[in-house]
Design a protein around this ligand. Structure first.
Ligand code: NAD
Length: 332
C-alpha cells in the first residue's frame, strides 16, 4: 500500500519547488498517497490562522510531512510559523546535512558535515520582553532533558550512519549555567558511546575552524541559536541555500523541508533552485524505507548539477525551476 504523506506546498516559491519535488519522486517510481494541506499566508483569511489545526492533525496522523517554505505573515500572531510548527509537534531535532556536490560553485570540495540543531528551546523559547523604552531582554532556556535527547540523537545518528565523531558546540566558558549544562550533559551522553569519538568546541572557534579546516569535522551537535547560524555557515561551504535540505525530527513525527525560506520576490517566476526541496524529499524517502529510490534521485540531481547545463541562476545556469526538474527526471 502506498505510504500516506502530508504534503504542504507552503507559499511564496513553495508551490513551485514542491511540485518539482513531487514530480521527481513520482518519476523515480515511488508511490505515495499525498495528503495535500494548505498552510501559510494564503489560508489566513479562510481559517484566521496561517497554521490551521487540521494541518497539524494531518501531520500527526501520517507521521511524515514534506513541506515547502512558509512566509510568516505580519500580524499573524506568530513569531514564526515554522518555529510554532516544530514546537507544536515537538520536533526537537533539526538535522541539516551539508555535503559537497561537484558543479556547485564553492571554494571547498568534499565537505560532508551534519549539523544536529536543538529545535525547541534556547533563545527560541519565546521568553522575551521589553523592560522599558530603552531595555529589552530574552531568556536563554536550556534544560537537561532537551540537551540529553538532542545529544543522544546525535550519537545514535552517528552510530547508525557509520560516522566517526561527534563535536558538541557551545559557549560554556561565558554562559556557565546554560551552555555549561548543555556541555555537562553532552559529556555524560558521550560516555555511553565509547565507539564514537567525542570532543567539544567553543562556538566562535568552531566558526573559524569550519572555514579553515572543515574536513576534520563530522557530526556537530548544538543548542538552537548556534545551530541556526552554524548550519547556514555549513550550507555556505557547499554552495548555499539553494542546495540545503533539512529534517525536523521528533519521536513519532518527521517533517522534511528546505533550509531556505519562501523567497517572496521570486514567487510565480519559475526561477529558484528546486534542489534543496528535492534533497529534503530524498531525506524523506530514506526515512520511509525508500533508500534505493532516494539514492537514484540524489545521483540524478548530482549529475544534472555536475553537467551544469540545465541548472538555475544560482548555479550559474538559466534554466527555470521546472526545466531543472525535467532534466533530473530525464536522468532518472
Ligand atoms: P529566503 O530564504 O526566503 O530568501 C533569501 C534569498 O535567498 C532569496 O531572496 C534568494 O535570493 C535566495 N534563495 C532562497 N531560496 C532559494 C532557492 N531555492 N534558489 C535560489 N535562490 C534562493 O529568506 P527570507 O527572505 O529571509 O525569508 C522570506 C520568508 O520566508 C520569511 O517570511 C521567513 O519567515 C520565511 N522563512 C521560512 C522558512 C521555512 O519555511 N522553514 C525558513 C526561513 C524563512
Amino acid at each position: 500500500m502506498a505510504k500516506r504523506v502530508t504534503l504542504i506546498p507552503g507559499d511564496g516559491v513553495g508551490p513551485e519547488i514542491v511540485e518539482a519535488c513531487r514530480r521527481v519522486i513520482e518519476a523515480a517510481g515511488v508511490s505515495i498517497d499525498w495528503d495535500v494541506q494548505e498552510a501559510g499566508a494564503g489560508v489566513m483569511e479562510k481559517y484566521g490562522t496561517p497554521l490551521p489545526t487540521h494541518v497539524l492533525d494531518s501531520i500527526r496522523a501520517n507521521g511524515v510531512a514534506l513541506k515547502g517554505p512558509i512566509t510568516t505573515p505580519v500580524g499573524s500572531g506568530f513569531r514564526s510559523i515554522n518555529v510554532a510548527l516544530r514546537q507544536e509537534l515537538d520536533l526537537y531535532v533539526n538535522l541539516r546535512p551539508a555535503r559537497s556536490m561537484e558543479g556547485v560553485r564553492s571554494p571547498y570540495r568534499d565537505i560532508d558535515l551534519v549539523v544536529v540543531r536543538e529545535n525547541t528551546e534556547d533563545l527560541y523559547a519565546g521568553i522575551e520582553r521589553k523592560v522599558d523604552e530603552d531595555t529589552a531582554e530574552s531568556v536563554k532556556l536550556i534544560t537537561r532533558r532537551a540537551s540529553e535527547r538532542i545529544c543522544r540523537f546525535a550519537f545514535e545518528y552517528a552510530r547508525r550512519e557509520g560516522r566517526r565523531k561527534v563535536t558538541a558546540v557551545h559557549k560554556a566558558n561565558i554562559l556557565k549555567f546554560t551552555d555549561g549544562l548543555f556541555l555537562e550533559t553532552a559529556r555524560a551522553v558521550a560516555a555511553e558511546y565509547p565507539d564514537i569519538e567525542f570532543e567539544d568546541r567553543i562556538v566562535d572557534n568552531m566558526a573559524m575552524q569550519l572555514v579553515q579546516k572543515p574536513h576534520i569535522y563530522d557530526v556537530l551537535v548544538m543548542p538552537n541559536l548556534y545551530g541556526d547560524i552554524i548550519s547556514d555557515l555549513c550550507a555556505g561551504l557547499v554552495g548555499g541555500l539553494g542546495v540545503a535540505p533539512s529534517a525536523n525530527i521528533g519521536d513519532e513525527i518527521q517533517v522534511f523541508e528546505p533550509v531556505h525560506g519562501s523567497a517572496p520576490k521570486y514567487t510565480g517566476m519559475n526561477k529558484v533552485n528546486p534542489t534543496a526541496q528535492i534533497l529534503s524529499g530524498v531525506l524523506m524517502l530514506r526515512h520511509i524505507g525508500e533508500a534505493e529510490a532516494a539514492e537514484r534521485i540524489y545521483r540524478a540531481v548530482a549529475e544534472v548539477i555536475r553537467e551544469g547545463k540545465r541548472v538555475t541562476y544560482d548555479l550559474g545556469g538559466d534554466a527555470g525551476t521546472s526545466e531543472m526538474a525535467d532534466a533530473i527526471i530525464e536522468r532518472l
